[in-house]
Design a protein around this ligand. Structure first.
Ligand code: ZN
Ligand code: FE
Length: 265
């Protein structure tokens, strides 16, 4: 299914496992895959669309994002881009904040951001221009953010801040379909947010029709995602009312309490 396109580049959504999305960026001939946790569905999509793989892009080291790399390399010995701060055996092009990727085979240039928090070396890929794209792995999700497996709340705040600073029209290609469960939590922490109510209705409708809620946009996330809105007084008030936060807490304490509450919501 083609869900977004420029005159030359399209992005195919490849579902994998229970709720992962692998992204295949292509020009009708060549393709780059983002976070191929599984090779089989990627190989099937390449075959179905008559594409040749020319690059692999990785955001972080978790198995559901890199597990398919060895098998893909057996079929296509392509460069593997990934975070220089993480140990991923297959990576041949280590990247960090400020790196630029001229994606082999495609007319596509990506900028790299360090976005630690979910993991310590997590990176995101950004395409600028008229229709910006963000590939953010498990950092920013539809209505939520990644769990803090390795990093601190302060790191995640800084990482999400970098993503929130991107143009509002930026399409957010995250790696999981977690949106509805994230929005259930968002409703609990910000019940009076009308944009959030509207989003719940729209995303529920998509899922009922078996459509992905991803990509969203940075503008929509800023209007509805509590992990970008933790400075809103209404959110802190709700946390206090739920006995998850002391009155007068700092934004860092508010974000920390929000992330902890979500963990067992
Ligand atoms: Zn992960
Ligand atoms: Fe993941």
């Amino acid at each position: 299914m083609t869900i977004s396109a420029t005159p030359s580049l399209s992005i195919l959504t490849i579902p994998a496992f229970n709720d992962n999305y692998l992204w295949l960026i292509h020009d009708g001939v060549h393709a780059a895959v983002v976070d191929p946790g599984d090779a089989k569905p990627v190989l099937a999509a390449l075959k179905q669309h008559g594409l040749k793989l020319t690059a692999i892009l990785l955001t972080h080291h978790h198995a559901d994002h890199i597990g398919g790399v060895p098998e893909l390399l057996q079929h296509y010995p392509v460069p593997v881009f990934g975070p220089h701060k993480e140990t991923i055996a297959a990576v041949t092009r280590p990247l960090g904040e400020g790196s630029r990727v001229d994606v082999p085979g495609l007319d596509l240039k990506l900028a790299v951001l360090d976005v630690p928090g979910h993991t310590n070396g997590h990176i995101a890929y950004v395409r600028g221009g008229e229709q910006p794209w963000l590939f953010c792995g498990d950092t920013l999700f539809g209505g939520g953010c990644g769990r803090l497996f390795e990093g601190t709340p302060a790191q995640m705040i800084s990482s999400l801040g970098k993503l929130a600073a991107l143009p509002e029209a930026t399409l957010v290609y995250c790696a999981h379909e977690y949106t509805l469960s994230n929005l259930r939590f968002a409703r609990a922490v910000e019940p009076d947010n009308q944009a959030l109510k509207d989003r719940v209705a729209a995303e529920t409708d998509k899922r009922e029709h078996n459509l992905p809620t991803v990509p969203s946009t940075i503008g929509l996330e800023k209007a509805t995602n509590p992990f970008l809105r933790y400075r809103e007084p209404a959110i802190a008030q709700q946390l206090v009312a739920a006995d998850k936060l002391s009155p007068g807490a700092t934004p860092l304490a508010t974000f920390t309490a929000l992330r902890l509450w979500k963990n067992d919501f």
